[in-house]
Design a protein around this ligand. Structure first.
Ligand code: SAH
Length: 663
């Protein structure tokens, strides 16, 4: 018996009519829905259900989306006939087929090889030739064909994958369901309105299969904390309340850090006063009661050296403090709370001349300042080498006001013009070390470190243009090697306090960013120093923050939005106490609570730029808090730092083009 091909076109017309009745009005979308034979995209035994408005199971335990949702999402993309679209989650290929009728080109990515192959065949046999299917991880996008006028994700993400925003054209739209597996998801549309500007809106409540890989879900009620409401109560019972930042009792904290010799103090934004004040408070106790020897912060090395000259009495006026941190983002260190700490440290050092505590910078945004300092040092000890260093560094001089232009130029040339020169200066400086009178002292350390910064910054500005995690990783590896150089200098048992953003100090392996290949300082420290480091994360729900609306702009006091759904911020906001320390290490906390907190949630990071209008995409990422930190400091309502006056406002050093999560 020959098979009978059932004509389902009248069912299809009927379905499209009902979709129009539910509010999809875009005529081109409806026309596309009338053209694509959905029965060809479902398993043969389900063909009879193809025109019910239902999601249906397909191969590899996935689903073909509900037709109404496909129409809704396609409409939400606001496609013009000449637009190019990227779809994440090809599945059956049905949505791609619909898109192929509304856009000029469609690129679609599927993580199941088998599904990708089947979809490719189906599309071809449908006569669709403007669509390319790729097998791979869609969270990384498809950079080869970027930028796209529209990107649609047809699986639910816990947070918006960071890469996708950067692959949108200016004016482009990203439509994505956001939410945890097995929950209702929000269909969100993110519009790129400028190089660094995004706006987002929530369109609808939907349900999707998860964008993978996610993390293993542990439902709250398997932990014994029966309802979600039980978690804030358990936090309340396990935390140490902080009534007052200045007079808080830190005995428990000092006990918990045990024999740790690296204590890392984070922050959830670069512009929050309470975070600096709490770091000041804790650092005081670490210095006075636990013998910590130096403070290393996420700041440029030469600027921190100016502060160091002040706190250790090498300078007897405030001039070095006034002249430090002249470049954007000045307020990150040039603020009233940091000044309080610096004044305290100077007084401490005056009282304890035999146990002076030094202050250092870990960052690498000082290429030109650093080159100058290398040459200055060499002029005193080795004039011949100073001349050759000056010549070699001259390779980078044309880019003084815009180091990123060097990265772009080397990308265009296809080779790194100055790499050999900066590496050679460092090598020759190190070879000379034993000949210099100051070779074992701090002056040499300073020169060597500045030569290392120049080498690493040269690589950093090139990597900025490769995209991806590489430039971030170069920076965090640089911070780590600087910390190691400082430890070596102070002696192998040296004890240090580190101040940097949570995103540098928490263990990157506990965040979704690590699946992108991103590492950080906290991870490198854990890998190298094991239990000898103690990582304190900081968080807040709402209040004010000093931040810029875009890179290089003037800072302003902005309102911090309350924590998003499914975020740690929203969870901690429900705790009765307004400020507290919460130990997270096994053995320091109720195991049931730790288990409940191990469920991945969103976490917010505000850097020097804050974009409340696209907060979900710009500032949230997935994380597992107890794996990221050993302890968490919560301050529910926080206030902006006060910037100190008197900068001559140097230009901003550029960073990665899509850098709102760059802290
Ligand atoms: N657009 C599809 C809907 C498929 S369901 C259709 O019209 O049929 C979502 C699809 O996303 C599944 O096939 C799933 O395998 C795929 N997926 C999940 N995570 C992914 C990832 N990280 N990269 C690419 N595809 C993914």
């Amino acid at each position: 018996m020959g098979s009978v091909v059932t004509d389902r076109s009248s069912e299809r017309v009927q379905l499209v009519r009902s979709i129009a009745g539910r509010g999809v009005t875009d005529a081109r979308v409806l026309a596309a829905m009338r053209q694509v034979r959905r029965e060809a995209f479902v398993p043969p035994d389900l063909a009879e259900f193809a025109y019910r408005d239902l999601a249906l199971p397909i191969e590899s335990e996935q689903t073909i989306s509900q037709p109404y949702i496909v129409a809704l999402m396609t409409q939400a993309l606001e496609l013009e006939p000449h637009d190019r679209v990227l779809e994440i989650g090809t599945g059956s290929g049905y949505a791609a087929a619909v898109l192929s009728h509304v856009a000029s080109e469609v690129f679609t990515i599927e993580r199941h090889a088998q599904l990708a192959a089947t979809a490719r065949e189906r599309l071809t046999s449908h006569g669709i030739h403007n669509t390319q299917v790729k097998h791979g991880d869609g969270r990384l996008g498809w950079p080869d064909h970027a930028p796209y006028d529209a990107i649609v994700v047809t699986a639910a993400a816990e947070a918006v994958p960071e890469r996708l925003g950067g692959q949108l054209a200016i004016g482009g739209r990203l439509v994505i369901p956001v939410g945890a597996p097995d929950e209702i998801h929000e269909l969100v549309r993110i519009r790129r309105t400028g190089a660094d500007d995004f706006e987002e809106e929530t369109l609808e409540q939907v349900r999707f299969v998860p964008l993978l890989p996610g993390r293993t879900e542990i439902a709250d009620d398997t932990t014994g904390l029966r309802s979600v409401r039980g978690v804030p109560a358990a936090i309340a019972a396990n935390c140490e309340p902080v009534e007052d930042l200045e007079s808080v009792d830190l005995d428990g904290f000092l006990q918990r850090i045990g024999s740790a010799r690296l204590v890392l103090l984070g922050e959830a934004s670069h512009g929050t006063s309470e975070f600096y004040r709490m770091r000041h408070r804790i650092t005081r106790d670490l210095i006075e009661r636990a013998g910590f020897q130096f403070v290393a912060v996420e700041a440029d090395w030469p600027d921190a050296a100016r502060i160091d000259a002040y706190v250790r009495g090498a300078a007897d006026t405030r001039e070095p403090v006034r002249s430090a941190f002249q470049r954007f983002p000045q307020w990150m260190w040039r603020n009233a709370d940091v000044l309080d700490f610096v004044d305290w440290l100077r007084a401490h050092n005056q009282e304890q001349p035999a146990h002076q505590v030094s202050f250092h910078g870990l960052d690498l945004y000082s290429m030109h300042d650093s080159m100058q300092r290398v040459v200055d040092y060499l002029e005193g000890v080795d004039p011949e080498l100073a001349e050759s260093a000056k010549r070699r560094y001259g390779c980078l001089t044309p880019y003084e006001s815009d180091p990123a232009a060097y990265g772009l130029a080397s990308l265009k040339r296809g080779y790194p013009e100055c790499e050999h020169d900066v590496v050679t200066v460092l090598r020759e400086l190190c070879q000379g070390r034993d000949r210099y009178l100051t070779g074992q002292g701090e002056a040499f350390l300073d020169a060597e470190q500045n030569a290392v910064i120049t080498r690493d910054a040269e690589r950093y500005y090139r990597a900025m243009y490769y995209g991806g995690a590489e430039s971030w990783n170069i920076r965090d590896r640089h911070m780590f090697s600087t910390l190691q150089a400082l430890i070596a200098f102070h002696g192998p048992a040296a004890k240090a306090v580190v101040w940097a953003h949570n995103s540098h100090l928490g263990d990157a392996r506990a965040t979704a960013l690590s699946s992108d290949g991103q590492i950080n300082l906290g991870q490198l420290i854990r890998e190298q120093y094991g239990g000898q480091s103690y990582h304190l994360g900081f968080g807040t729900d709402h209040g004010t923050v000093l931040a810029a609306a875009a890179w290089g702009q003037e800072p302003q006091v902005m309102k911090v939005q309350p924590g998003r759904q499914r975020s740690y911020e929203q969870l901690f906001h429900q705790v009765e106490q307004r400020a507290f320390l919460l130990p997270l290490r096994s053995g320091h906390v109720d195991p049931q609570l730790r288990l409940a907190l191990e469920k991945e949630r969103l976490e917010r990071a505000i850097g020097v730029v804050y974009r409340p209008q696209s907060e979900l995409a710009s500032h949230y990422f997935g994380a597992v808090l107890p794996e990221q930190f050993d302890e968490y400091f919560w301050y529910d309502e926080t206030t902006a730092v006060t910037a100190l006056p008197g900068t001559t406002r140097g230009p901003a050093d550029p960073r990665h083009p899509f850098h709102t999560l760059d802290t």
